[in-house]
Design a protein around this ligand. Structure first.
Ligand SMILES: NC(=O)c1ccc[n+]([C@@H]2O[C@H](COP(=O)([O-])OP(=O)(O)OC[C@H]3O[C@@H](n4cnc5c(N)ncnc54)[C@H](OP(=O)(O)O)[C@@H]3O)[C@@H](O)[C@H]2O)c1
Length: 306
């Protein structure tokens, strides 16, 4: 079945990956902030009514976590009200909404991986607005899949991988916390997993449930878990192996890139941030598929090389 898909946030880290991964499913109408401003409810409604998509994939969000503390109203408009409107309009035309949420809906105090039905307790403005978005989508009663994702990195956009590679060319020493735990997940893998789930939902084998029956929240992260310090080390080791940033580092300090890995320090952070889910749950649940994510090194290396 060829679908008409409306994708928002086309210039974001995940949006860029989704454009190519969704293409095999049908016609992808990809809009950025300039074409569709999610702080404008009427524009959202009109766009959906004009385009009449069968599927809306919302990869747009207000993602400036710190800035959201002083701009909670704007963050709420984009992260909560807008997806609520999308869900409402989608329901009216019989479309489904795919939306991305975050581990920030939790307070990070759990000492084992969070599961979908764990109690939410956001401690930041960003987390509150993302949780409100989940709730408005669910309240709409329309077909939806909400994928909670975390620790996203990729070759493009603002993310930890790119920050570490940049800092490695500028600093003698990096101080990275080791007491926050999570599962780094590549934006490419999230986009591919989204497309894989959708291809199964829309081309179901006999007796497969419809998307309306699958509506709900799913944790979507890579398997395993690590901390930011270990993740930074893996990035720098990958960069050294692929010789991608060795030349910058060499030019700056006159020392080999291993210097930076060795001199990284651990420091204390105020709270834990567990977000890895059990690999056999998450998106595997509704369709009983195997884990769709690559191990960290296999996913990380291509991002470093490109
Ligand atoms: N990155 C992570 O680690 C992470 C973790 C958990 C969950 N998530 C979730 O994953 C989804 C994708 O995140 P991402 O990392 O791809 O974020 P991103 O790179 O910041 O992309 C978000 C996109 O949303 C657009 N946007 C912001 N305000 C808008 C508005 N008013 N109207 C229309 N578009 C607007 C941005 O466009 P402009 O830049 O032009 O404003 C940007 O292209 C989001 O729902 C996010 O909450 C991300």
């Amino acid at each position: 079945m060829k679908l008409k898909i409306l994708l928002t946030g086309k210039n974001g880290q995940l949006g860029r990956e989704l454009i190519s991964s969704l293409e095999p499913l049908g016609e992808v109408i990809a809009l950025g902030h300039a074409q569709l401003d999610l702080t404008k409810p009427e524009q959202i409604r009109q766009t959906i009514r004009d385009l009449q998509p069968q599927l809306i994939v919302n990869a747009a969000a207000y993602t400036a976590v710190d800035q959201a503390e002083s701009e909670e109203a704007i963050a709420r408009a984009v992260n909560a009200d807008a997806p609520g409107i999308m869900a409402d309009e989608a329901k009216k035309i019989g479309a489904a909404l795919i939306h991305y949420s975050t581990d920030y809906v939790f307070d990070g105090s759990k000492t084992t991986p969070y599961l979908e039905n764990d109690i939410t307790n956001p401690i930041s403005a960003y987390g509150r607005t993302k949780l409100a978005g989940e709730q408005l989508i669910q309240d709409s009663g329309g077909s939806h899949l909400i994928f909670r994702i975390a620790w996203v990195y990729g070759r493009e956009g603002k993310n930890f991988l790119r920050t570490i590679l940049r800092l490695a060319t500028q600093k003698e020493e990096l101080r990275i916390v080791s007491d926050q735990i999570g599962a780094p997940t590549s934006s490419r893998d999230i986009a591919l997993a989204t497309a894989e789930v959708l291809s199964r939902v829309y081309a179901p084998e006999k007796n497969a449930p419809a998307i309306s029956e699958l509506s709900g929240i799913y944790h979507m992260t890579a398997g395993g878990q690590t901390n930011w310090y270990e993740f930074a080390k893996a990035i720098l080791e990958g960069a050294a192996e692929s010789h991608q940033c060795e030349s910058h580092i060499g030019k700056r300090s006159g020392k080999p890139s291993k210097f930076l890995v060795r001199r990284s320090h651990q420091s204390e952070a105020s709270h834990y941030s567990f977000c890895a889910s059990d690999c056999n749950r998450r998106i595997s649940d509704p369709r009983k598929t195997a884990c769709l994510f690559r191990p960290l090194k296999s996913a990380l290396d291509p991002c470093i090389r490109d």
